[in-house]
Design a binder for this molecule. Structure first.
Ligand code: UD1
Length: 425
């Protein structure tokens, strides 16, 4: 069976939607929970998406015990983490599995983890991670599609994080937390998910300072213990719903968000003529017409997030003029554009720049998601389109958006998840 979304567009969205925990925070935090050799951690607000389930499977294979103790609460005990090999068939499925190498180095001093997969939005190498491990004394090589670290004695060190890589910063924080001495991360990523991870590690008894700035200091401790922690809300999921409301029309309260995490998107949406009201832990979006053209360039935090570039492009494709979108983080993040063009968009891509000439409306069409956020962009377009869109490739959307069809249906969208026999697809 293949599963698709059937979306009949043109219905305004109204009501309230509750945002889940951040996937990109939960992946490092669930991994970091396994740093604790004593006690157990309870993590709240963990999104129940396929990436998290795969990570849980990997950690179980390593000897950890993980149990859902509520819809979004996960209990983790890593007292029996003894296996240093993460199974290839699961680890390759998600980018976040790279963190498992940091964990294994920290806990066992060695490890073997398949090189990660994840979305095809660029080459996504692991060279920065390997350089980082080396700076702490580890010898990690890539052999037969896996990262292999032989047993070594780690020692804190100084490391410059190329391109302020989020994943490399996470990995270094995880490894350095149990590495003797002091590790200084220069040009570290400043994303809110990094701050969330630092807070969790400190809650476990770690010593991480400076998270949220581009200089992070980690003092290694001998042991970490479990603790309770609530994962921050997913700013990318929130942003996607905000853009969906602006595109489809309507008035929606987006709940369980930290509005400051969405500052850049809010500024850009206002520039595009949309009404966005910031409340204590929610934002209200009221769509306005016309949508005004506005340019965007993706940047590391606090710049415009690359993860919202695709759904933003879907919105701005309906604006009353020409908008320029520049993607500076991943080299291949315009994969969704051809599908959007099949829905009537007028977009020309030249290397990392998309020139988007606004059209009056999109029309529903059979389209295919090729990565998480590109899939979200097609949902945004379909909600605004005339007619019905059949959207395949839901395995990507499921990696980042739990219950998307249900949430949108509650807001009044005409969206259904439908199973088709394979030979009918
Ligand atoms: C994370 C997020 C992803 C987000 C991205 C940028 C997770 C699980 N994923 O991805 O949703 O879009 O941050 O905010 O949190 N690079 C290298 N070599 C490396 C590592 C990265 O060349 O070893 C390059 C990447 O190809 C990319 C750039 O550096 O061009 C930044 O990537 P990075 O910040 O590391 O992204 P991820 O951690 O993979």
């Amino acid at each position: 069976m293949a599963t698709k979304f059937l979306i009949r567009g043109g219905r305004p969205l109204t009501g309230r939607v509750h945002i889940g925990g951040a996937k990109n925070s939960a992946l490092p935090i669930v991994t970091a929970a396994a740093l604790a050799a004593e006690g157990e951690s309870i993590l709240d607000n963990v999104p129940s998406n396929s990436d998290i389930h795969h990570l849980c499977q990997i950690l179980r294979e390593l000897g950890c015990e993980l149990e859902w103790v509520g819809e979004n609460s996960l209990r983790i005990s890593a007292v029996n983490l003894t296996n240093h090999v993460a199974p290839y068939n699961i680890a390759r499925k998600l980018r976040g599995s790279t963190y498992v190498m940091g964990l294994l180095l920290a806990r066992l001093g060695r490890g073997e983890v398949a090189c990660p997969g994840g979305c095809e939005i660029g080459a996504r190498p692991v060279d920065f991670h390997l350089k980082g491990f080396k700076a702490l004394g580890a010898d990690v090589t890539v052999e037969h599609g896996a990262m292999i670290a032989h047993e070594v004695q780690l020692q804190g060190g100084r490391f410059y994080v190329d391109r302020a890589s989020v994943g490399t910063t996470v990995n270094m924080m995880i490894t350095a937390s149990l590495t003797p001495g002091i590790t200084m991360l220069e040009n570290a990523a400043c994303e809110p998910e990094i701050v969330d991870l630092a807070n969790f590690i400190n809650g476990m008894g770690g010593r991480v300072r400076g998270a949220g700035t581009n200089m992070i200091r980690v003092e290694g401790v001998q042991r970490l213990h479990g603790c309770r922690h609530e994962v921050i809300p997913d700013r990318i999921e929130a942003g996607t719903y905000m853009l969906a409301v602006a595109a489809a029309g309507g008035d929606v309260l987006i709940e369980n968000v930290i509005p400051e995490h969405l500052n850049t998107l809010i500024a850009k949406m206002r520039e595009a003529g949309q009404e966005v009201e910031e409340l204590e832990d929610s934002v209200r979006v009221r769509s306005r017409r016309p949508i005004i053209s506005a340019d965007v360039e993706t940047q590391v935090h606090p710049g415009f997030p690359t993860d919202l570039q695709s759904p933003w492009s879907a919105l701005i494709g309906l604006a009353n003029g020409i908008s320029v979108v520049q993607e500076t983080i991943f080299e291949n993040r315009f994969g969704f554009v051809n599908e959007l063009i099949r829905m009537g968009a007028n977009i020309k891509v030249d290397r990392n720049t998309a020139i988007i000439r606004g059209v009056e409306r999109y029309t529903g069409a059979p389209v295919e998601a090729k990565d998480i956020r590109g899939g979200a962009a097609l949902v945004v377009a379909a909600l605004a389109a005339d007619g019905t869109t059949e959207l395949g490739g839901l395995q990507f959307i499921d990696r980042g958006y739990h219950g998307m069809a249900e949430k949108l249906a509650t807001l009044g969208a005409d969206i259904r998840r439908v199973d088709y026999p394979e030979n009918n697809v």
